[in-house]
Write a protein that binds this ligand. Structure first.
Ligand code: 1HE
Length: 256
């Protein structure tokens, strides 16, 4: 175990990562951020998908505010970059990552969730970016990732006014892709993880590493990257056998 505040466990081919600091509402201190970076840099090759979730009543209360007091500007810059490294290790790591949300998913907690590829929200989830109210600014990648989920106007509103999105509204605006009943998030995530793990590795790789670059590119460059990716993916033996299975009537139809 890298750090008792972040417990890991492998179940089948799924890596379960549990934030385990419930007394402090899973507030993310430097040690937790470092542990997350290490965990996601060292995902065993047998693992096909990971799930991040939180112990206690909340997913995460964000940055551990007690750590902010003594930092000067240079230390603040380094601190923000350490979050970027850790959350990049999640977004651009070896396997897709699903976040299971409940209770507070605020500040750095939302930054962590938005670095994951899929968010499953239980009905108690609420989202906020209280940095505006605390007199600070987001530093864990929210200004890049959150507008991609909900748009610039909504993120600006969240920070200017302290607006809180409840679970249902959050799913509607794009903060989560799935909304489930309380206590059902982990089961839903495991079900999704099995589906993700059954994909061809090249497809998952392309979705994690190439699609974000395509969407950040100009149309011309994006289209070219898409064609190159399509060509490489369909050339793989795995793609050939899956296509043959469909033509032979052996593969599942859409929706089955
Ligand atoms: C904390 C933190 C924290 C709780 N850092 N200690 N994030 C925030 O501004 C959110 C601040 N937290 C809250 O608004 C509330 O704690 C919650 C709505 C999340 C949960 O409320 P509740 O009633 O369940 O818990 P609580 O009683 O407020 O907190 C329990 C303990 O956790 C208490 O400590 P105790 O020693 O008095 O028991 C709290 O002080 C402690 N705690 N949240 C430190 N965040 C990379 S930049 C990212 C920038 C940000 O993330 S800014 C947003 C920070």
């Amino acid at each position: 175990m890298i750090n008792p505040m972040v417990e890991t466990n492998i179940q089948d081919d799924i890596l379960l990562v549990r934030l385990n600091r419930p007394k402090k509402r899973n507030a993310l201190n430097d040690a937790i951020i470092l542990a997350l970076e290490k965990i996601f840099a060292q995902v065993p090759t047998t693992v096909k998908c990971a799930i991040v979730y939180g112990e206690g009543q909340h997913f995460s209360a964000g940055l551990d505010l007690s750590e902010l007091q003594e930092r000067d500007a240079v230390e603040g810059l380094m601190h923000s970059r350490s979050w970027h490294r850790a959350l990049d290790a999640i977004q651009f790591g070896k396997v897709p990552v699903i976040a299971v949300l409940h209770g507070a998913c605020v500040g750095g907690g939302l930054e962590l969730a938005s670095a994951c590829h899929i968010r499953v929200a239980e009905s108690s989830t609420f989202y906020a970016l209280p940095e505006g109210q605390r007199g600070i600014f987001v530093g864990g990648g929210a200004s890049v990732r959150v507008p991609k989920l909900i748009g610039l106007a909504r993120m600006t509103d969240m920070m200017l006014t302290g607006r809180v999105y409840r679970a249902e509204e959050g799913e509607r605006v794009g903060l989560a892709q799935y909304l489930v009943a309380e206590g059902e998030g982990l089961d839903k995530a495991i079900e999704l993880a099995h589906k993700i793990g059954a994909n061809a590795p090249m497809t998952n790789y392309a979705l994690m590493h190439i699609l974000p670059k395509i969407t950040d590119s100009t149309q011309e460059v994006g289209m070219m990257m898409e064609s190159l990716t399509a060509a490489i993916a369909q050339n793989a033996p795995e793609a050939k056998s899956r296509l043959q299975d469909f033509l032979d009537g052996k593969a599942k139809k859409v929706g089955e």
